[in-house]
Write a protein that binds this ligand. Sequence first.
Ligand SMILES: O=C1O[C@H](COP(=O)(O)O)[C@@H](O)[C@H](O)[C@H]1O
Length: 237
Amino acid sequence: MAISELKLPPGVQACAHNDAEQLAQALAVRVADALRQAITSRGQATLVVSGGRSPVPFFEALAQQALPWAQVLVSLADERWVPVNHAGSNEALVRRHLLHGPAAEARFLSLYQVAGNLEQAAELADAAVAELAPIDVLVLGMGDDGHTASLFPHSPNLHQALQPDCARRVLPMLAPSEPAQRLTLTLPVLASARLPLLAIQGQAKLNVLTAALMPGEIAQLPIRAFLNSPLEIHWCP
Ligand SMILES: O=C1O[C@H](COP(=O)(O)O)[C@@H](O)[C@H](O)[C@H]1O
């Protein structure tokens, strides 16, 4: 199905871009405008981004935007429980591709925590991100299995993480691929975003989104938890 043919719920909008570069540029302008507006209104702005491979061009485009970066707090929707020098670290990705040049002045809140086990790391991360919500701008991604952040289908803590009144800001999660041990922001924190965005690329992800828009279990396609409230979807082939 083409993105223009999707039957979207109220409040959900979709923007199609010609290619990854155009998506990255348009998303960077959209995010920068919202961050500027937040800074004008409240003196600071909070940006939460996703990891994985696809956000790199967006990070590079956003780093070029003229912003009072010292007034921006940046964090992650999810993290692999690996140190920052590990190839799978989302924090390393953000530091390398977004927080350079003038953007290096932004403050970064790490989800990764040194701890004896994943549960302890999640508890430390929970405290570390206490000041995050409400988020001004959230940029979610989505995997081919319908996960977003590290809310993986049928993962042990998924039900708890998706409760609107979940008392935890961060929960440990298990991914089906390495690095398997993950930390994710939970629904109440993610849903606090004033501007929630979803950036996805390719027909396979559009097919997953199409399936997620049909009635079905949230545990099967966790992105569904974000499709019944305002969301701006940016897609390119
Ligand atoms: O594992 C992850 O994957 C998703 C999707 O990544 P992508 O490279 O296919 O866009 C990402 O949104 C999530 O933050 C990440 O931890």
